[in-house]
Design a protein around this ligand. Structure first.
Ligand SMILES: [Zn+2]
Length: 422
């Protein structure tokens, strides 16, 4: 693009900078960047006008917790055995493309058990060969044997197969030396951040969400090495015991935090640690929905049953807190991974203020992803990453599922509604 000027006329505009809408604002764009925001902006004669006065305009949405490695959530468990690395890579690209059409211009990809060549997908998109959301990548999930990072537990009845598969999971190992090397390898490959699986999970069959699955020497190896290499670390964690320990190590952010208690929430607030709470995958447990629940694996259902009460309490604490909150979906069941707007619905249902959610999905997520110098707000100098919505963002829970306009780096893409997916 060379010397292309565009002016977007907005109905309402949420810039990400304050909890308010600007009425009838204009955004002036020069090539890929925002030049000015205001009213009746002077512009060159041949400026192209895009009339969005029927829409509410926001920064391009950022999903800070996505697993893009499969085409359909029903494939997730089969993926362990049946999918090749090539097929998984194609799925990763397809998800980035679908997300973009839904108004999502940046996706933080949380890493996968095996290779999905996300860094290749990121590169192809960044070089302009393929349209898709900008990817922020942790290539592998780092964790220990038998942990939530170890999907070989699904074939544990066949230990020979289990051991063989474990060798294919390059993020899986034990002891501080392994984790020092693993963080260095992630850095070498081009990781944007480090993701550790520090507690058990719900989707893995044979571990417990309150377990701590790495020891202190292993944690120390991860944090020392990542600090030296200037890589932020985030961890999958549910229980307060582990979250407090991780904050003691100076972790940048934590994913889920679903079993939050008051004391831990206060520690988040004091330390300024980010939380990406991923309400979506647990919505059926918080607001019991037997039909949706039945779609999850038996182990997932069993564990949600055990932790339901603590999760409901944890949800209330998170909503009431002043934690620096991000926005991420983590859909591996029930909803498709690119249905980023579903989290908006889940957060609204939990009583979260709409502006708080919008800030999480834009400005705060840009900080979490380390891209706040280029995106996340609508202000001069940032990329023209812009989305438009026909529904009322303050009252309509489905507003972010129904994209009406999307632009990434000054280029307009076809918007798509993801209402009625699944
Ligand atoms: Zn996840």
């Amino acid at each position: 693009m060379k010397d292309q000027w565009t002016k977007i006329l907005c109905g309402k505009l949420y810039t990400g900078l304050e909890d308010a809408f600007l009425e009838r604002a204009e955004i002036l764009i020069h090539d890929s960047r925002i030049e000015a925001v205001g009213r009746e902006l002077p512009c060159p004669e041949h400026t192209k006008r895009i009339d969005l006065r029927h829409l509410t305009v926001t920064p391009g949405i950022i999903d800070a917790h996505m697993h893009p490695e499969y085409f359909d959530w029903r494939d997730v468990y089969a993926d362990t055995i049946y999918n090749s690395d090539g097929y998984r890579t194609l799925a990763t690209y397809c998800t980035a493309e679908r997300a973009l059409h839904g108004g999502v211009t940046t996706v933080r990809s949380m890493g996968w058990f095996r290779e999905s060549y996300e860094l290749d997908v990121k590169r192809a998109i960044n070089e302009g060969h393929l349209p898709g959301a900008r990817l922020i990548v942790a290539p592998h999930l780092l964790g220990t044997t038998g942990s939530h990072a170890d999907m070989t537990q699904t074939v544990r009845t066949n230990p020979v197969l289990c051991d063989f598969m474990e060798k294919l999971y390059t993020g899986l190992g034990n002891g501080p030396d392994f984790f020092t090397a693993a963080v260095r390898r992630e850095k070498k490959l081009g990781a944007d951040f480090i993701k550790i699986m520090a507690t058990g999970g719900f989707a893995t069959p044979y571990d417990d969400p309150d377990d701590i699955q790495m020891n202190d020497a292993e944690f120390k190896a991860v944090f020392d090495t990542a600090n030296e290499l200037h890589l932020p670390v985030t961890a999958h964690a549910y229980g307060p015991r582990l979250m407090k320990k991780l904050m003691g190590f100076g972790i940048t952010g934590i994913e889920h935090g679903s079993l939050m208690d008051e004391e831990t929430a206060a520690m988040f607030e004091e330390t300024g640690t980010y939380l990406v709470p991923t309400f979506g995958p647990f919505q059926e447990a918080i607001y019991p929905d037997p039909e949706q629940m039945a779609k999850k694996s038996p182990e997932f259902q069993r564990k949600l049953g055990i932790y339901q009460e603590r999760m409901q309490k944890g949800r209330e604490i998170i909503v009431k807190s002043h934690i620096r909150m991000g926005y991420g979906t983590d859909f591996v069941a029930v909803y498709q991974n690119y249905e980023t707007g579903m989290e908006f619905r889940c957060m609204m249902e939990s009583g979260m203020d709409a502006f708080r959610i919008l800030k999480a999905a834009t400005k705060t997520n840009a900080e979490i992803c380390g891209v706040d110098s280029i995106t996340g707000t609508i202000e001069p100098g940032k990329y023209a990453d812009i989305a438009g919505w026909g529904r009322n963002l303050l009252t309509d829970k489905d507003a972010l599922r129904d994209c009406a306009f999307v632009m990434k780096e000054g280029v307009v893409y076809e918007p798509k509604s993801y209402l009625g997916e699944q």
